[in-house]
Design a protein around this ligand. Structure first.
Ligand code: NAD
Length: 502
């Protein structure tokens, strides 16, 4: 592992490495006194630094800072919030390389994708900045006797809890609409890739975000995360992570009746019909599972191919998988980097035996990648001839692992696509418009892309059904979560009121 970009990233996080990485509360860094855990470099396995848990007092301070800052931020005009959020976007763009380098270092994500992800973080801020002035807008719903009108106001201090896979981009996706709505935020990034969250909170303050509006606490899910979701002054929890963690957060927040927004796991199908543009379908299927090291919620982790073209399509797919360039995430030519952590690596690797025992065939990969930099590298893997009963067809592996199976016709494709507990995205390849409409309607998924990979348009709703989530992000859907809606009914004075006790 080498190169200037890695040196830069080490220098960037060096500022946080003198001490274990603590928290950022009320506009200032706090070293903290909680327990520490190691942060590893996925590409080398080396210890990059330590991260601290927030103690109960430190967590209370962070929530207290968000609570104190809330009234003034909620009362700040939409135009002012817009200007500050645009300034944050400017600074993210200026520092996009630095952010991307840090993501390559502690998340092991590849430069070729991260350089764009940081810029997308800025786009998230810009999009919601522009919506801030109209966030409180409501509807007019008049009757003959009353003028009903609705208004929206920010719900209060909220918790944002994010995973390790693409930490910066996902954080901006949640934090930008929360701030645009007028909420204050306590953010807890994932303990395995915590460094870019510190850059974000520093940038936000440099951009003029008032003290206490965005705070960042570190630590493990079961300690810092749990306390945050139980805190009575936190009004809502926006969470991105595993489905079973979503269940835990729902339990933890139940006593204080938290509003929750969950973006959870996926086992997304890419369904390829014989009439499709097969070259493009192949490009998209490969891209959607092997980019981001397969650690992507919207990955197309199940490849369903019509039986008439199955053998030829699978042969081409396995050729491509074997040629994927695995290695140093900082090398712009690298297409697949390491897995995030030994614990996750062991999980992904455990499916090799499961796949074969369940009767699938290994068409490519299926084993750790020896000799690639000493880190947590796993061979891009393609399991074929699977069926829906197999664990590799049911469970989210969250690595560079694709499970392929044939289908016979539309009905069979729909049945197989829907035969999982998840329902985040589905990808469909066909040139038959009627079929595209019928199958998209039948998919149990929050998002369907037809003849496309995941191309995100920020005004559209993003989110999952079934075990993949609750709620939608994007456009006005985000504001529905971060804001309370109030209806005011004003009588014209013309209706009669029942007179009791006269
Ligand atoms: P995770 O659920 O283990 O952790 C996510 C975050 O939750 C971390 O910050 C963690 O510390 C925290 N956490 C863990 N237990 C907690 C608890 N009891 N209370 C409060 N917080 C707790 O997920 P992960 O392994 O970091 O990320 C991978 C998962 O995220 C995959 O399932 C992936 O599909 C999902 N994901 C979903 C989306 C989406 O938009 N649907 C996007 C990215 C990732």
């Amino acid at each position: 592992m080498s190169g200037n970009r890695r040196e830069n990233a080490l220098k960037t996080i060096g500022a946080f490495r003198r001490e274990p990485l603590g928290h950022f509360v009320g506009g200032a860094a706090v070293n903290g006194a909680g327990a520490v855990s190691d942060v590893l470099e996925p590409a080398t396995g080396e210890v990059l630094g330590q991260v601290r848990d927030a103690t109960i007092d430190e967590l209370n301070d962070a929530v207290g800072a968000a609570k104190s800052a809330f009234p003034a931020w909620a009362a700040t005009s939409g135009d002012k919030r817009k200007a500050i959020l645009h300034r944050i976007a400017d600074l993210i763009e200026e520092r996009a390389d630095q952010i991307a380098e840090v993501e390559c270092l502690d998340a092991g994500q590849c430069w070729r994708f991260m350089s764009k992800a940081a810029v997308r973080g800025a786009e998230n801020f810009r999009y919601f900045a522009d919506q801030a002035p109209s966030a409180a807008d409501g509807q007019s719903l008049p009757t003959a006797s009353h003028l009903n009108f609705t208004t929206r106001s920010p719900i209060g201090p909220v918790a944002v809890i994010t995973p390790w896979n693409t930490p910066f981009m996902l954080s901006t996706w949640k934090i930008a609409p929360a701030l645009a709505a007028g909420c204050t935020v306590v953010h807890k990034p994932a303990e395995w890739s915590p460094y870019s969250a510190r850059l974000l909170v520093e940038i936000a303050h440099e951009a003029g975000l008032p003290v206490g509006v965005l705070n960042s606490v570190n630590g493990l899910g079961e300690t810092t995360g749990k306390r945050l979701t139980e805190h009575p002054d936190i009004k809502a929890v926006a969470f991105v992570g595993e489905s079973k963690t979503g269940s835990a957060i729902m339990r933890q927040g139940s006593e204080t009746l938290k509003r929750v927004h969950f973006e959870l796991g996926g086992k997304n199908p890419v369904v390829v019909f014989e009439d499709a543009d097969l070259d493009k379908a192949l490009d998209a299927a490969i891209f959607m599972i092997y980019s981001l090291n397969g650690q992507r919620c919207t990955s197309s982790s199940r490849l369903l191919v019509q039986r008439s073209i199955y053998d030829a399509f699978i042969a081409k797919a396995s050729e491509r998988v074997k040629k994927l360039k695995v290695g140093d995430p900082f090398d712009p030519a690298t297409e697949v980097g390491p897995l995030i952590h030994p614990r996750h690596f062991n999980k992904v690797a455990s499916y090799a035996e499961i796949a074969v025992n369940d009767g699938a065939r290994v068409a490519a990969g299926g084993a750790p990648l020896a000799g690639a930099g000493g880190g947590f590298f796993y061979q891009p893997t393609l399991y074929v001839d699977a069926d829906t009963s197999m664990r590799i067809a049911q469970e989210e592996i969250f690595g560079p692992v694709l499970t392929a199976m044939p289908f016979d016709d539309e009905a069979d494709a729909i049945r197989k696509a829907n035969d999982v507990q998840y329902g985040l995205t589905a990808y469909l390849w066909t040139n038959d418009v009627g079929r595209a409409l019928r199958v998209s309607r039948a998919f149990e998924a929050g998002m369907v892309w037809v003849n496309s990979e995941n191309v995100r348009h920020l005004p559209t709703p993003f989110g999952g059904t079934k075990a993949s989530g609750i709620g939608r992000d994007g456009g006005d859907w985000s504001f529905d979560f971060y804001m309370e809606t109030k209806n005011v009914a004003l009588a014209y004075g013309s209706h009669s009121i029942q007179r009791l006790g006269v």
